[in-house]
Each structure stands twice: as structure tokens, then as C-alpha cells.
Design a protein around this ligand. Structure first.
Ligand SMILES: O=P(O)(O)OC[C@H]1O[C@H](O[C@H]2O[C@H](CO)[C@@H](O)[C@H](O)[C@H]2O)[C@H](O)[C@@H](O)[C@@H]1O
Length: 245
């Protein structure tokens, strides 16, 4: 982990790189609510071109559900990992779900009740996990984390902290395992993994890339990090990934 000043990454070596990118805060600007993020023609063009330049070795590795990723990205690139590594779709379109049990109803009910009783909280049901968002009520951060911890103890689920959000998810796969699984398959195998992301779960992605001889690129000011390079914001990421870079 480092707190020292990190420099921007060198231009992508597209012939040898497998690129893994987070979505929110990395390829898409943070918005007040998850549903405020939608398709974007400029980003879509950059990703389509990048996928071609990398011969398909491009995957989005996100905390979003698979349906959400398809709504926002329109299936480009085809390779995605959803719900922090619990679901994965390969470059060939095959979907692998590591955990298929839906989040228990009683857990959802307790989260729903908390949202009904406190203005500003938002529940995102991702079927195998649930996110309690407090971006509109930052003063409730501690309450949300404590509630998630209680529910995790009672349900055997895991607490996943994030950017103005706390999630409950089954224990198991992380973004690191998603990177490892992609790297065992064509067209990723034999390339050097680079993972770009902004949030806490992206540290798992950075670790996964490092373990296979690659590295991480952190977006924004969050520190400490195990990433080797840094980019300031979404705009800088999209510029780095563009053919003109
Ligand atoms: O791994 P990511 O692709 O970065 O997904 C992480 C979470 O992103 C979404 O929430 C975040 O973005 C929202 C839209 O900008 C924002 O309103 C929220 O405060 C952020 O936490 C998504 O809703 C979550 O399901 C993802 O886990």
C-alpha cells in the first residue's frame, strides 16, 4: 500500500495488455442515484474501439448487476464481471454465476424498513446482494454501516463498503477472482493484466492483476492504495483509453 504521489500510467501497449476496468467513478461519472447513470455514445465509441485494439482482451469488472451493466453499456464489451465478482460473462458470451441464491427476503425487508423510516436512503436490490446507498444522507453513513454489520452477522453475508454505499453480499468471489478467471481464458490469457478503478473493491482487482504480473491504476484521490499509477478522474481515464493517447 502506498501514500506516495503516483504518476499517470504510460500509454497502453495494446498488443500485450489485458485491460480490466471498473464502471462507476472510473468510466462513468458518479451521479446522485445509480439509475442516473445511463448509456453514453462517447464512452461507447471509446470502449468499442478499445476492444478492437486489444483483440477483445477488455472486460468491465463492476459492482453493478449484469442487467445494469447491459443497460448502461449495451453489451460492449461482451466480457463483464458483475456484483463484485459473483457473476461473470466471458468474451464468448457464456455466463457463470458463482452464487445464485437470492438475498434472503427478511434481510431485504429490514433494509426496506430502514429506507422507509429515514429520508435519503436508497435500497438497490441486485438479487444476490443488496446495496444501501446514503449519498443523499451522508449523516446516516454510520447507521447504515452498523445495520449492515448486524444483518451480516445474522445472515452470514459479507459487508462490502463502497463510495457512499454499504453492501451485503455472499462471501466468496471478489474482483480479484474475476480477473484470475478471465486471465485463464482467450482472448485474455498470455497478456499482462492492468486493472483501472476508483473504489475500495477495486483494490481486489489491483491485487488480482498484480498476482499475474500486472498492476493497478487508481482513479481519483482515494489513498492508501496498492495501485502503481494514478489518473485524476473519469475524463483522464477515457483520454488514456482513447486511440489518440
Ligand atoms: O464497481 P463499480 O462499477 O464502481 O460499482 C460500484 C457501485 O456503483 C454504483 O454505486 C455508485 O455509483 C452511483 C452512480 O454514480 C452512486 O450514486 C453511488 O453513490 C455509488 O456508490 C452501483 O449503484 C452499485 O451497485 C455498485 O456496487
Amino acid at each position: 500500500m502506498t501514500r506516495t504521489l503516483l504518476t499517470p500510467p504510460p500509454p497502453l501497449d495494446v498488443s500485450r495488455t489485458a485491460l480490466f476496468a471498473d464502471l462507476d467513478g472510473t468510466l462513468a461519472e458518479i451521479r446522485p442515484r445509480p439509475e442516473d447513470v445511463g448509456p453514453d455514445p462517447a464512452r461507447a465509441k471509446i470502449l468499442a474501439e478499445l476492444g478492437e485494439r486489444l483483440d477483445g482482451a477488455l472486460a468491465i469488472v463492476s459492482g453493478r448487476s449484469l442487467d445494469e451493466l447491459d443497460r448502461i453499456l449495451g453489451g460492449v464489451p461482451p466480457a463483464v464481471s458483475a456484483t463484485h465478482g459473483l457473476v461473470r460473462r466471458g468474451a464468448d458470451g457464456g455466463v457463470v454465476s458463482i452464487e445464485t441464491e437470492p438475498i434472503p427476503d427478511w434481510v431485504l425487508e429490514r433494509l426496506r424498513k430502514a429506507c422507509q423510516q429515514r429520508a435519503g436512503l436508497l435500497l438497490e436490490n441486485k438479487r444476490v446482494s443488496a446495496a444501501l446507498h446514503f449519498r443523499a444522507a451522508p449523516n446516516l453513513a454510520e447507521f447504515c454501516v452498523e445495520l449492515a454489520e448486524v444483518l451480516a452477522r445474522e445472515s452470514g453475508m459479507t459487508v462490502q463498503p463502497g463510495d457512499m454505499v454499504v453492501e451485503l453480499r455472499p462471501p466468496g468471489a471478489t474482483k480479484a477472482e474475476a480477473v484470475t478467471a478471465f486471465m485463464a481464458e482467450a482472448p485474455f490469457a498470455g497478456r499482462r493484466p492492468i486493472f483501472v478503478g476508483d473504489d475500495l473493491t477495486d483494490e481486489d482487482g489491483f491485487a488480482g492483476a498484480e498476482r499475474l504480473g500486472g498492476h493497478g491504476v487508481i482513479v481519483g484521490p482515494r489513498r492508501p492504495t496498492r495501485a502503481r499509477y494514478a489518473l485524476a478522474d473519469v475524463e483522464a481515464v477515457l483520454a488514456w483509453l482513447s486511440p489518440e493517447a
